[in-house]
Write a protein that binds this ligand. Structure first.
Ligand code: GCU
Length: 677
């Protein structure tokens, strides 16, 4: 039964006769000019894809001759013979139709060829003609990573799709086939790095960098390597204490420095192309350099020095804030924290350190401002961290397709280098000459049959990777592509599914926390409404609602001064009520419920309206889905239907809790007299 395991690599049989004949005639004989594991993986993928889609596999020619209708090569001389552009980057590729109904895929490296093969298969799955094509592709971002938040006991931090595919009972699962399938899926959309243990590195995971586990880490790395994916590990900053028996992890202590140097050497003995380490330090009770009165530059550079001889890099997270805040203290603002900590040490980091910055200054809310740190550190490598796993966005029970949100973030103009300095141009290294940069994201997969729990949540993983490859792709194009790859080219299905996806983020936003204020979720697991769940807590996540108004005053004039962290144009945008966009109003301002939005509604009426509308629109999502019953495999159809029904019920809960809370607080009636409790 089709439960969605294959995700977007389904290779369904092509039934359109014309398309089938075209493919069959041009895909007859294959010649490939190098024999690396990656090229062989590409050939395997081709053969599997073709036999499933067009009922035949390619006949492999040992020598290159005119019969070869498909050429895979990394040799420039062969490419030049066919007038193929050879000036491409290492991971780039060219697919060109050449004389006599033949095709060539040229890559500078075998990884480029592999990407080209996946692209060819994608063209076929979406039934595009291969005649007269000349595709030149290269990734915009050099780091295109995933962070798995998997623990060795098998659990996944913020995992909503079963347990880990990597670990169980403090060991590796050894389900290498599944790991390989994951690698195939990721390579097919250009992911080139993975850190597969949780950034919160607990006792057992600390040992992943010891000989007890390194041989198995190496095994995983071998699988990923074949698909062009480098392996990274999250490390415990206090490893010299936990593993080395030392009494300090002070980054300036000579013995600590030596310990890490030896450790790096040891890791590279097992994994010669190990990518490097991911570090969550001084964040949510994780150890870090602050314990020793050292800066984060001291901390990161010490590791960078140890890994540099092996070309390893240090991914250093900027999610550093006071998580023991006093809610009575209104001057401390968590949103300020990353900038306050890191901006002053711009230029102090080694070349092989990359600062990993969450898209927003708080924490992956359905709507928040972008982090003002992007573009503010011209002399320090930066990368963007997104969250695919839907922690605050419905936990893969609700449909919430995040590509439109990510597009807004990537396109956001920071003005760092004057007008037109979008975030995408900072993290791809084109604004400042960064040595390492790119995009990473917290993965949403687990060992559920369909990997992501909600089958439609596969689109988030797909869309993330496509954007990491090329942030200029439109949400519509990515969505259309994913829908076709997943459900076939039937126009009705593609249109209905695409519309559902593209609307879903706004729908989710409507019935959850309003106008950028965020949070209002149950503490701990973060699912479901609880308006005051975090209001009197230590986490720095408040809405300050009282009987008169709501919102966080982050202005320079009267608030925490956070707006000052942005470049002038954005500071002016957010600082005044007049300029501040509605959707972020409560992120930046505390206003009376009667404040009139640009939309014309008052804040309170907006809250009521959007919550009623959100539920209606969630009902609409299910209606749309039901219209596809005859065209979707029953197991997937029923699974998604059940989740959409749950979404409706849960959206009602959100609606009623939020509306009732604000009705009771404000005492203001809904203009439309709808039911509020
Ligand atoms: C959020 C999340 C945690 C996670 C943390 C992080 O706070 O709730 O589970 O560990 O982000 O990004 O480190």
């Amino acid at each position: 039964m089709d439960r969605g395991y294959k995700m977007w690599l389904r290779y369904n049989q092509i039934t359109n006769q014309e398309v089938l004949e075209e493919y069959q005639s041009c895909l007859q004989h294959l010649h490939f000019s190098v024999n690396t594991a990656t090229i062989l993986a590409a050939v395997d993928e081709l053969q599997a894809g073709l036999s499933s889609m067009i009922n035949h596999s390619l006949h492999v020619l040992k020598t290159k001759d005119q019969r070869a209708t498909l050429l895979l090569t990394i040799e420039e001389s062969i490419a030049k013979e066919e007038n193929v552009q050879v000036e491409i980057e290492d991971e780039g590729y060219v697919i060109k139709s050449i004389k006599n109904n033949r095709l060539i895929i040229f890559g500078k490296t075998d990884i480029g060829v592999l990407y080209g093969v996946f692209h060819l298969l994608r063209l076929m799955q979406t039934q595009c003609s291969l005649k007269h094509i000349y595709i030149v592709e290269q990734p915009k971002n050099s780091l295109r990573m995933l962070n798995e938040w998997d623990n060795m006991d098998g659990s996944i931090e913020r995992g909503y799709a079963g347990v880990s595919i990597f670990f169980e009972n403090n060991q590796f699962t050894k389900d290498w086939e599944r790991v390989k399938d994951y690698a195939r899926l990721l390579a097919s959309v250009g992911i080139n790095g993975i850190a597969f243990n949780n950034v919160n590195v607990h006792e057992q995971e600390t040992k992943l960098i010891t000989p007890e586990y390194l041989p198995t880490v190496a095994k995983v790395a071998n699988i990923f390597r074949m698909y062009g994916i480098k392996t990274f590990l999250s490390i415990n900053y206090a490893s010299p204490i936990s593993l080395g028996g030392m009494d300090t992890a002070d980054p300036l202590n000579e013995e600590v420095r030596q310990w890490w140097k030896d450790k790096a050497k040891e890791i590279y003995r097992f994994i010669p192309d190990f990518g490097g380490v991911l570090v969550k330090a001084d964040s949510e009770h994780r150890p870090g350099p602050f314990t020793y009165n050292r800066t984060h530059a001291d901390g990161a550079n010490m590791l960078a020095g140890a890994f540099a001889p092996f070309d390893g890099i240090v991914l250093w997270r900027c999610f550093v804030y006071d998580c023991m805040q006093d809610w009575r203290d209104r001057s401390t603002d968590r949103a300020r924290a990353a900038y306050d900590h890191f901006k002053p040490i711009d230029g102090k980091f080694h070349k092989n350190v990359v600062l990993q910055i969450k898209n927003g200054p708080m924490d992956f809310q359905v709507r928040e401002a972008v982090s003002p740190l992007f573009g503010a550190m011209p002399n320090t490598n930066q990368m963007l961290e997104l969250q695919i796993t839907q922690e605050y966005t419905g936990q893969q029970k609700h449909l919430c397709y995040l590509v439109p949100q990510w597009k807004e973030i990537l396109d956001f103009d920071t003005y760092a280098n004057g007008v037109n300095t979008p975030i995408k141009s900072i993290v791809d290294g084109s604004q400042y000459k960064y040595d390492h940069c790119g995009i990473t994201a917290v993965s949403n997969v687990g060992n559920d049959d369909n990997w992501t729990g909600h089958t439609l949540a596969q689109a988030n993983l797909y869309g993330y990777a496509r954007l990491a490859w090329n942030p200029d792709l439109s949400a519509e194009l990515i969505t259309d592509e994913w829908a076709k790859l997943t459900f076939g080219v039937d126009e009705q299905v593609v249109q209905v599914v695409s519309n559902m996806l593209l609307q879903s983020w706004h729908i989710y936003e409507k019935y959850t926390s309003p106008l950028g204020v965020g949070w209002m979720v149950n503490p701990g697991h973060h699912y479901g409404p609880n308006v005051d769940g975090y209001e009197y807590s230590v986490w720095g996540t408040y809405h300050f609602a009282d009987s008169k108004g709501i919102g966080v005053d982050r202005t320079v004039a009267t608030g925490t001064g956070f707006t000052n962290q942005y470049f002038k144009e954005n500071k002016e945008l957010y600082e005044t009520l007049n300029n501040c966009p509605d959707e972020l109003l409560l992120f930046f301002h505390h206003v009376p419920y009667t404040h009139q939005l640009k939309s014309g509604d008052t804040v309170i009426q907006h809250i009521y309206n959007t919550h009623f509308e959100g539920v209606e629109e969630a009902i609409g999502l299910k209606k749309s889905w039901l219209s596809l019953e005859a065209k979707i495999s029953p197991s997937i159809f029923n699974g998604v239907s059940e989740r959409l029904q749950h979404q409706i019920e849960h959206a009602k809960e959100w609606r009623d809790v939020i509306n009732t809370y604000f009705y009771r607080k404000s005492g203001i009636e809904d203009e439309k007299n709808r039911k509020i409790y």
